[in-house]
Design a protein around this ligand. Structure first.
Ligand code: SAM
Length: 188
């Protein structure tokens, strides 16, 4: 669960002793590292994309794209065009290798950038797997840039103050009854 990593991450930030701290700067011109890397399990990704009602040719952004799995599946299984925005160089490299290996260069772009610096005005769907406090930081950007009709899909962490269009409880293994995830779908 991401929550375990969040605790560790927040501790890391508060002790200010690692490279993460170097990137953890103000909301001003510099990069703002707002969530640790934990990937969404593939069945959860598939569920998020299904709930987003993504259709072929639509444009999806994953903010903090990790190994690129969300935008890769969006292209492979939904025929969408994907942009993954990721700050960590190693993850960007991993994602780019996978995109090339799968021959998806024409449909998936991986950008090494701070998500706060990327223009979202053309997005049809935006996905987030961050934290509730990170979502708070991204919220003003979403509110000012997204056009009407854009869907925002969040894994496990809601956007405070927004009314979800749908909240889905998704269990990866219904026989065991866990692990379970919450998916929040919003519409602008
Ligand atoms: C919880 S992971 C989610 C990975 C992927 N979206 C998924 O669901 O599998 C969050 C990602 O956000 C990235 N990240 C954190 N702050 C960022 C920022 N300001 N800009 C871009 N990426 C960032 C982290 O490096 C990490 O890979």
């Amino acid at each position: 669960m991401l929550s375990h990593f969040v605790l560790a991450f927040e501790k890391e930030i508060s002790t200010c002793s690692t490279t993460i701290c170097i990137k953890q700067t103000s909301l001003g011109g510099q990069n703002l590292y707002i969530a640790p890397y934990v990937s969404s399990p593939l069945p959860v990704v598939r569920r998020m994309l299904t709930l987003s009602e993504l259709i072929p040719g639509e444009l999806i952004y994953d903010l903090g794209s990790g190994d690129g799995r969300i935008v890769i599946m969006a292209a492979q299984e939904f025929g969408a065009v994907g942009v993954g925005v990721e700050m960590r160089e190693d993850l960007v490299k991993q994602a780019l290798e996978k995109v090339s290996e799968l021959g998806l260069n024409g449909m998936v772009k991986i950008v090494q950038s701070d998500m706060f610096k990327v223009d979202l005005s053309r997005a049809d769907v935006v996905t987030l797997y961050l934290t509730t406090s990170a979502n708070e930081k991204v919220k003003p950007k979403l509110e000012s840039e997204l056009r009407q009709g854009t869907r925002i899909v969040c894994h496990d962490y809601e956007i405070l103050g927004w009314k979800p269009h749908r909240v889905d409880k998704f269990c990866e293994n219904p026989k065991l009854g866990y692990p379970s995830h919450t998916i929040y779908v919003y519409k602008v």
